[in-house]
Design a protein around this ligand. Structure first.
Ligand SMILES: Nc1ncnc2c1ncn2[C@@H]1O[C@H](COP(=O)(O)OP(=O)(O)OP(=O)(O)O)[C@@H](O)[C@H]1O
Ligand SMILES: [Mg+2]
Length: 352
C-alpha cells in the first residue's frame, strides 16, 4: 500500500477515527508544495498552514455524513496564484478502525483549458449569430432615411436623421466588437519559423516612439531564434505594451522595461511596468476572455496573448512587482533549434 500511495500522482490524506492526519503521500506534498511537517498527527483544525484545505475537508465530511463526497475547492498556491483541487472523500467502515480518506488532484490547468475552449466556442457562435443581421439592420436604417427624408420636415426630419444615424453608428460599433470576438475564436494556427525575438521587439518598438512611456530594452546578447509566428508574436508584444501603457495612465513618468533572456532552453521575454500592478481580484482569471477593469476594454488582449502562447507551446506568467507594484508579464517560447541533445532533435520544427 505504501508504494502504491507513493507512486500515485494524486494526493492522498488518511485520517484516523478522531480525524487526526495519519498518512500523507508524495503526491499530496507535491500538489500542495508543503512538506506537512507539524501537520501530521494533527487534526485539520490545527493546521495553521493548510487552513482552507482543512476547513474544506472537515466541512465536507460533516455535510455528507457517512457517504462519499466530491468537491472542488480553490486554494491560494504558494506562488500567489489560485489552485483548483478536486477532492474526493470517503469514510472508512467502522469495522476496520474507521477513519477518513481524502484523494485529490490538481485540476487547475484542466479547468483553465476547458474554460478557454468553452469561450472559443461562445465567441464563434456569438460572432456568427450576431453578425448576420447587422448588415440588413444598417441597410434598412439607411433606406428609411433616404425614403422618408423628403416627406417629413422640421423636428420630425431631425429626429429621423438622428435616430437613423444612431442605429448606423451603433451597428458599426457592434460589427467591430463581433470582429474582435471572432479574431479571438478564429486565431489561425501559427506558421512557425525561426524568429529573432530581439529583432522583433526592436521593430515593434519603432511604433511606440510617440508613447508617453519611456521604454527601456535589456535584450540578451546572442539570444537564439525562437520557433514562432512573427505576426502573432508581434501581436503579443503590442498587447502587452498597450496594457503597460494603460496601467500607467495616471503615473507621472511612466516607464516600461522589456527584457529578454535565455532560461532553461526557452527564450523569455519579460515586460515590466511601473503602474499599480494587476488587481488581485482578477489575477486568477486575467487570461480569460472578457475579463477587464477598463471602461473601454474588451478584456480580449491577454486572452489572445495566452492563446498564441499556448499554440506556440510556450508559457505565460503574470505577476506583480514586489513590493513596489507594477505588472510583470513573462512569456517563454521554445527555441527554433534545441541545443544538441540527440534524442530531442526529432522535435525540431520542420518549417524553420
Ligand atoms: N500591465 C498591467 N498592469 C496592471 N493591470 C493590468 C496590466 N495588464 C492588464 N491588466 C489588467 O488585466 C485586465 C485584462 O487585460 P486585457 O489586455 O486582457 O484586456 P483589456 O486591456 O482590459 O482590454 P483590451 O485589451 O481589449 O484593451 C485589464 O483590464 C487590467 O485590469
Ligand atoms: Mg489589453
Amino acid at each position: 500500500l505504501e508504494s502504491i500511495l507513493a507512486n500515485l500522482s494524486a494526493g492522498v490524506l488518511v485520517f484516523d477515527r478522531r480525524f487526526v492526519l495519519r498518512t500523507v503521500n508524495e503526491g499530496a506534498l507535491t500538489i500542495l508544495a508543503d512538506d506537512f511537517s507539524g501537520l501530521l498527527g494533527e487534526a485539520p483544525e490545527n493546521w495553521p498552514r493548510q487552513l482552507a484545505l482543512g476547513e474544506a475537508i472537515r466541512g465536507a465530511f460533516a455535510e455528507h455524513e457517512s457517504s462519499e463526497w466530491q468537491e472542488q475547492i480553490e486554494l491560494e498556491h504558494t506562488d500567489g496564484l489560485p489552485q483548483i483541487l478536486l477532492l474526493r472523500g470517503t469514510q472508512l467502515p467502522a469495522g476496520s478502525h474507521g477513519g477518513y480518506v481524502v484523494v485529490f488532484d490538481d485540476v487547475t490547468r484542466l479547468i483553465a483549458a476547458q474554460r478557454s475552449a468553452a469561450w472559443g466556442e461562445v465567441a464563434r457562435r456569438l460572432a456568427h449569430e450576431i453578425k448576420n443581421p447587422l448588415t440588413p439592420i444598417q441597410l434598412s436604417a439607411e433606406r428609411l432615411q433616404m425614403k422618408l427624408a423628403d416627406r417629413v420636415s422640421g423636428s420630425d426630419a431631425e429626429m429621423l436623421s438622428r435616430s437613423t444615424q444612431t442605429i448606423i453608428r451603433q451597428v458599426e460599433a457592434m460589427k467591430r466588437m463581433v470582429n474582435d470576438f471572432s479574431d479571438y475564436a478564429r486565431l489561425p494556427a501559427p506558421e512557425l519559423t525561426a524568429v529573432d525575438l530581439n529583432a522583433l521587439i526592436s521593430e515593434v518598438l519603432g511604433l511606440y516612439e510617440t508613447s508617453r512611456a519611456t521604454i527601456a530594452l535589456k535584450l540578451a546578447a546572442k539570444l537564439p531564434p525562437v520557433c514562432g509566428d512573427a505576426t502573432q508574436l508581434r501581436q503579443i508584444i503590442h498587447n502587452l505594451l498597450r496594457n503597460a501603457e494603460d496601467a500607467q495612465e495616471s503615473v507621472d513618468s511612466p516607464s516600461i522595461e522589456i527584457r529578454t533572456r535565455l532560461a532553461d532552453n526557452l527564450a523569455e521575454m519579460i515586460v515590466t511596468d511601473h503602474g499599480p500592478g494587476f488587481p488581485p481580484e482578477i489575477m486568477a482569471r486575467v487570461l480569460e476572455p472578457y475579463v477587464t477593469t477598463k471602461a473601454r476594454g474588451t478584456g480580449l488582449g491577454l486572452a489572445i496573448v495566452k492563446k498564441i502562447v499556448d499554440e506556440h507551446q510556450g508559457r505565460i506568467r503574470i505577476n506583480n512587482r514586489q513590493p513596489a507594484g507594477g505588472g510583470v508579464v513573462s512569456i517563454a517560447l521554445p527555441l527554433a533549434s534545441l541545443p544538441t541533445r540527440g534524442h530531442r532533435v526529432s522535435q525540431l520544427p520542420t518549417e524553420a
